[in-house]
Design a protein. Sequence first.
Lengths: 176, 251
Amino acid sequence: MNDFDAEDRLRFEQLVLPHVDAAFNLARWLLRSRADAEDVAQEALLRSYRFFHGFHGGDARAWLLQIVRNTCYTWLEKNRPMELSMEFDEELHLQTCATPETLAIAGDDRKRLTLALETLSPRFREILVLRELEGCSYKEIAAITAIPIGTVMSSLSRARRQLHSALVNSPQGARP
Amino acid sequence: MRCDFADSLLQGYFDGELRGRRAAEFERHLRHCAHCATELVDLDLLRDRLHLAQLYEPASAGLRRKINAPLQAIAPTTAVSRPLVWHWLAAAAALLFVAILLWRVGHSVRSDDYQAELAGEIVDALVRSQQPGQMNGIASNDERVVEGWLDGRARFAVPVRDFTNDGFPLKGGRVDAIEGHAVAVLVYERNGHPIDVFIWPTRERDSPPRAGSRQSFQWVDWRKGKMEFCAVSDGSPVDLEQLRQLINSFA
């Protein structure tokens, strides 16, 4: 950070800062909390700033989101390890987090979709957020999440199916 | 009963990630497979629903301030660069003023001007597209990726060019609707400002550029080679003109 001069700062402002929204949005969905996401996004930005010398051009958004993602997972491991270990227990997850009752309480569709998304495991949630909210290509998702493109496709398939069934589980059905 | 294609090619096809032979292969399959056809509709419904719900959560002003603070502390703006910035801002403001004046004058003479009305609709579409959650597009710097994504969605061939070397990097594309017609939109970036170029086929002859402003946006509209282009940005009109010339040299 010491040899970060005016030129670096300008490059950082031009390349990385435009993606602060993307960084916060990904953190918010991975951590399921705005307050935690504020802290972790800030930490990730600081880290990206510190390691900016290691960024040699290319897709700055993918580079930043990779750092955000790693920072989020490290944070989850430290603060909510249960969440990561439970990720393959889909049935249990659906039961504990989004019973039809909790989904019914969600009045509008935004709340309902939020709850449904939050029942997915972090790995499936992040892939949906990157694709549907961030508009990332498969190649970008593969780079950010460090999985092969083929796995991106099959994970998206499973994630969408899970989201769909989480929504159907709501008593009003798939549509409000 | 699930279909074998459902897990592999269907998602890629839906996301515009299949090209050429693989896309054609899946389309042949789609003609006979009711399961995949239904699934595509379901995926589309789910996507629309996600977008309508505006789930995207942008960073708060407080977070931006916190992120900016260490930057300001480490590298104070030098004495040389500050006047330059003001210079540039003053020039942009002067141009903006001239553009507004020209638009006003032109507008009072011909209030039923087709291009100005159209530009108005386009600016509205641009504002709509900037609502959080409205991300129905592809973000990529790769001409072929953007072209492949638009191919099939836009129903006409869109000339996609990246002008990174000229200072206008391609950021992505999307489709939008103007006056009830599907149009393709290419997004470029210049000095931190996005420039959206709306493109659609036309039967009219080539026409010289016509520029104007609306709300806080500048626009320039022109026709070349049976295509109409309208570039819109909240940045400098000079940049718009430069991008227009780049596009025209290839159109």
